[in-house]
Design a protein around this ligand. Structure first.
Ligand code: FMN
Length: 424
């Protein structure tokens, strides 16, 4: 029977066990110390026994990051500079995938003033900004990608995957279920194209198919390429990717040749639905956060839109243990490629149940790795928990504003100081 220590083959890669660190931004940026910052997080995770680390989303173009600390992987040099970290993680026994993405209309150049005023090109979009969002995008230049440009974009993903392979990464994952550019192509809320990339679900998924083919052509057919699949929430009377469509997408990505799939519930807005639990009050009450937000978004209208969106998102998606279970277990019944579980998984018992009941093949944990870098050892040893992470999302506005990807919850820090890692 499968347990957390059972190795798993993902495409051409063998992962030593079934526990992965889900992609959460590390705020390492793209400076000369990026590899060192990543290594500081990941080597400790690997030493504690995690099977696979999925590095947080990195941007395939020079512009289009969603936060200032996001790493840019727009050329070979930028990717190769990360290779000492990749080697260090592997020497500690773990595998590491690089997540590739782009913010699309939610790139920080849309709202983060220092980056918006220095922006070199318009925001990239699948279609014109939906009418509901138009007030928040007044004065922001948006370019709808032409059919040829979509094809170029797919080639760029292929190129970055080839550089990732050269840098030693064990595989890549597409950041395609977080309301960002790839998701904006998949989603009928955003995508109103009339070419081969719009209309039916099959057409909206064509960009993923093209990217998969480009990754195989440029990085090698055996190079693991995983993908996330969204099941969306959207405002009443607007279009979205429904649960049935999300499952059909899981089937399609298998047909396209992806090596693993992670289905998740998300909002069409870049709010906290992806991590649930709402946005902490400190986003608007803490003076240092407030000042940072004011510098990022000096316009009151924009600040209000950001705060209102965050507040509403939090209200609509409260934390629930293992909240994606319905999706990943349904996907597991639908496809034969490995299915990755993620979302509110905290205890060794939850991990064991998911694997033993055959609900997923890999189990991911995100935010708790900020609070307990050696978390994998506890999960692998069957520690009953509870976890130090309070799922307070204090890490979310921090990374939006360019701060490091760490736990900002003072309660957790205090608990860590007294217990050395365990919440008990
Ligand atoms: C600060 C933060 C950054 C995140 N960054 C990414 C990302 O870059 N790519 C992605 O696919 N998911 C991202 N996520 C979502 C996580 O991978 C994960 O799905 C989510 O946090 C739920 O898992 P958890 O309850 O174990 O934290 C992020 C979540 C947080 C809180």
């Amino acid at each position: 029977m499968t347990n957390v220590r059972t190795p798993l083959r993902i495409g051409g890669s063998l992962v030593r066990n079934r526990l992965y660190r889900a992609p959460v931004l590390e705020g390492a940026g793209s400076g000369p110390d990026a590899a060192e910052i990543y290594a500081r997080h990941f080597v400790e995770n690997a030493t504690a026994g995690v099977g696979l680390i999925i590095q947080g989303s990195s941007c395939v173009l020079e512009e289009g990051r969603t936060s200032p600390g996001m790493t840019v992987v727009a050329n070979r040099r930028q990717v190769m500079e990360l290779s000492p970290m990749v080697r260090a993680v592997q020497q500690a026994g773990a595998s590491i995938f690089l997540q590739l993405g782009h913010g699309g209309i939610f790139a920080m150049e849309a709202w983060h003033e220092p980056y918006a005023s220095a922006r070199k090109g318009p925001l990239l979009a699948a279609s014109p900004v939906p009418w509901l969002l138009k007030p928040a995008f007044r004065g922001v230049p948006v370019h709808v990608l032409t059919t040829d440009e979509v094809r170029d974009l797919a080639r760029r993903f292929g190129d970055v995957a080839a550089w990732a392979r050269e840098a030693g990464y064990d595989g890549v994952q597409l950041g395609s279920a977080n309301a960002k550019l790839l998701d904006q192509f998949l989603s009928p809320f955003f995508n109103h194209r009339r070419d081969e990339f719009g209309g039916t679900l099959r057409n909206r998924a064509r960009l993923l198919e093209l990217i998969r083919a480009e990754v195989a052509a440029r990085a090698g057919a055996d190079y693991p390429c995983a993908v996330k699949v969204p099941c969306e929430k959207s405002p009443p009377l607007t279009a979205r990717t429904s649960p049935a469509e999300a499952l059909e997408l899981c089937r399609l990505v298998e047909e396209f040749g992806f090596d693993a799939v992670t289905p998740v519930h998300v909002s069409v807005f870049p709010d906290t639905t992806l991590s649930r639990g709402g946005v902490p009050r400190s986003f608007w009450t803490n003076r240092s956060m407030r000042d940072r937000l004011r510098r990022a978004a000096p316009s009151r209208r924009r600040r209000t839109a950001i705060l209102a969106g965050s507040w509403l998102g939090g209200k609509q998606a409260a934390f629930r243990p293992v909240w994606n279970r319905d999706l990943f277990s349904a996907a597991k019944r639908q496809v034969s490629i490995p299915v990755f579980a993620v979302g509110g998984i905290r205890t060794a018992e939850e991990v064991t149940t998911i694997l033993q009941e055959g609900e997923a093949d890999m189990v991911g944990i995100g935010r708790p790795f900020y609070a307990e870098p050696d978390l994998a050892a506890r999960i692998l040893d069957g520690d009953p928990g509870p976890r130090l992470c309070r799922s307070s999302n204090l890490c979310v506005p921090a990374q939006m504003l360019g701060m490091k990807g760490i736990c900002y919850n003072p309660e957790v820090r205090r608990a860590r100081a007294t217990t050395g890692g365990s919440a008990r």
